[in-house]
Design a binder for this molecule. Structure first.
Ligand SMILES: Nc1ncnc2c1ncn2[C@@H]1O[C@H](COP(=O)(O)OP(=O)(O)O)[C@@H](O)[C@H]1O
Ligand SMILES: [Mg+2]
Length: 575
């Protein structure tokens, strides 16, 4: 309602025309009296002439009024859809990383598509029905009271019956439509997974499993819909039957002696017409519940999402270009209280321009540690500072502007290579910078071989490129951003030895003059780091240069020997 009310001038026009529509409805019933009594009983020549014109005029007014009220209502409805989508999309862009971890993406997409439509439907369609049909009912009832109040009272006795039936069914609708919505989310979710993971599904012969899973959800969705349909279609005839009862009762009452005397043919026909005209708006009014309940259920989902917290950005400190001095001090972090801390007592300093490598088993917390820096998550204890200032005190935008990131899973957008490389960048000399970045990442050689060079579209998530090519594009993106801090999280994992040599050179280029946090499995790729931190179960257990760590004869030395020995025969360096 709040969203609709923003368009109150248009809404008022809509309401005004609704009043007109309702008035013409009553007008039509009223017209029946002179039509019957004047034209057919009294045979008044004047009436015989103007009644057909009156009918025409009535329906012209009605047609125009209906058009305007529908058009304006839909106009407001679409505006509401647009505004809600805008807000939701903004919210999605600003939701914390943790909220994404905990919500299936299909559900988020359903909020944006399906649920928004339902809310808009409730906000406008049901408003139309509530206003127009209520007015129509009031108009018709008023006319009926004027014609014969005794008969009208009889009609009104039926009304509570209708109300009871309606309220019975209402609760069921609400429950059902909420369940339908969540099952729509399931349908989208499974479909998304299959579409994204189609290669895995094929190679692991998961078709039968996915089909079965989908069939189950699909069937559940159908069943829920059928329950809703049953409730919906069952209660409509029920209401109609009650109205028919009323009709029978009225006809019986009207034909009783004293009343029959006082009723003209025209009055009776007009009364019955008004009563029959009541049917449709009353039925719509009892059905408006479904629409409203659906809308409310969808609204609860949408507004819960909109009310969920966005990333905290209370920092005031702005910074153009940081020096790149980073300090972790006794940092402790847990994703969820239940899971317990995955980082313990992390203390680590990175001097400006220094490269620190993180090594350790998978699951030891390397990625987690790196993701604290751009404030994807907030540590529960300890502090992280950039150039001596806690990172929470920076504006989020400014903080993230200091960091370039290349991860294991390169995300490419369905756009040209140039746009992918310059993603998020604006400003002059873009073309030149893209070119330079692509060259520095050793990506130009394969880009030049593509039909449209940098203007080649990469397809959804870069499906048209190889893993190594994608990683080089990701490196080019990092070059293009030219940030003082660089995070490389297993950025070379998708590469063969040949392309790794290129990437290695590209990374050396990239690391120059930047504070770099590099995470790598292959220890050969990090030997040149200034210092190496070895992580184990969320703690830094060893810290030093490559040589120092080897001399320490600890975990790093053991890991190194292990890799060195297995890799030695292949690279021909074995002793
Ligand atoms: N989004 C997440 N939510 C909850 N737990 C997570 C999440 N990401 C990682 N973890 C857990 O945190 C621990 C460290 O993971 P991670 O930092 O990815 O390790 P690494 O990068 O060293 O392989 C693991 O036990 C992992 O299960
Ligand atoms: Mg990792």
């Amino acid at each position: 309602m709040g969203y609709s009310l923003a368009y109150w001038p248009i809404l008022s026009l809509s309401l005004l025309t609704m009043v007109l529509t309702a008035a013409t409805e009553t007008g039509f019933a009223a017209l029946m009296r002179p039509l019957m009594d004047g034209s057919f009983v009294a045979r008044d020549p004047d009436l015989i002439r103007w009644i057909p014109l009156a009918i025409l005029g009535l329906f012209i007014v009605r047609g125009v009024a209906e058009f305007v009220s529908n058009y304006t209502m839909k106009y407001v409805g679409r505006q509401v859809v647009k505004t809600l989508r805008e807000r939701l999309f903004w919210h999605l862009l600003h939701m914390p990383v943790g909220a994404y971890d905990n919500t299936p993406s299909g559900l988020l997409v359903a909020r944006l598509t399906y649920h928004v439509e339902q809310v808009a439907g409730a906000a406008t369609d049901s408003l139309t029905i509530l206003v127009r049909d209520t007015l129509t009912v009031l108009g018709l009832l008023g006319w009926m009271l004027y014609l014969n109040w005794r008969l009208t009272l009889a009609v009104l006795i039926i009304a509570p019956l209708v109300a009871i039936v309606v309220s019975r069914v209402t609760r069921r609708f609400r429950r059902l439509s909420r369940r339908i919505q969540s099952s729509m989310g399931d349908v989208t979710q499974v479909a998304n997974e299959v579409i994204d993971g189609q290669r895995e599904v094929k190679i692991f012969n998961g078709q039968a499993y996915e089909q079965a899973r989908f069939d189950q959800i699909n069937e559940r969705n159908r069943r829920l819909h059928m329950k809703l349909v049953a409730a919906q279609s069952g209660h409509m005839p029920l209401v109609q039957f009650i109205v028919a009862l009323a009709l029978a009762l009225i006809v019986w009452l009207a034909t009783l002696q004293p009343t029959l005397e006082s009723l003209s043919v025209g009055t009776f026909v007009s009364f019955i017409t008004a009563m029959l005209l009541l049917l449709t708006p009353v039925r719509r009014l009892t059905n408006v519940n479904v629409l409203l309940q659906k809308g409310i259920a969808a609204g609860q989902n949408i507004f819960a999402l909109l009310a969920s917290p966005t990333e905290t950005d209370l920092g005031k400190q702005s910074v153009k270009r940081a020096r790149g001095h980073i300090e972790f001090r006794q940092v402790e972090f847990a994703y969820t209280p239940a899971q317990g801390a995955v980082l313990h007592d992390i203390t680590l300093t990175l001097q400006p321009g220094e490269t620190v490598a993180l090594v350790g088993r998978s699951g030891s917390g390397k990625t987690t540690l790196a993701s604290l820096l751009p404030r994807f998550y907030r540590p529960q204890h300890g502090s992280i500072t950039l150039d001596g200032i806690p990172i929470e005190q920076y504006r989020l935008y400014d903080l993230r502007a200091q960091i370039a990131y290349v991860g294991q899973h390169v995300t490419l957008f369905d756009d040209t290579l140039a746009h992918n490389i310059a993603y998020g960048q604006r400003g002059p000399e873009r073309e030149a910078r893209i070119q330079a970045a692509a060259e520095a990442a050793y990506a130009m050689e394969f880009i030049n071989a593509l039909p449209h060079g940098l203007q080649t579209r990469v397809g959804e998530n870069g499906i048209l490129l190889s893993g190594g090519q994608r990683q080089r594009i990701a490196l080019a993106r990092a070059f293009c951003k030219d940030a003082p801090i660089l995070i490389l999280d297993e950025a070379t994992s998708a590469l063969d030895t040949e392309s790794e040599r290129y990437i290695q050179a590209a990374m050396e280029n990239l690391r120059r003059n930047r504070t770099t946090l590099v995470i790598a499995h292959r220890l050969s790729t990090i030997e040149s780091a200034d210092r190496i931190a070895v992580m184990q179960q969320g703690r830094i257990v060893e810290l030093g240069t490559h040589q120092q760590l080897l001399d320490q004869e600890g975990i790093y030395a053991r890991l190194y020997r292990l890799q060195f020995n297995t890799e030695a025969p292949a690279s021909g360096l074995g002793l």
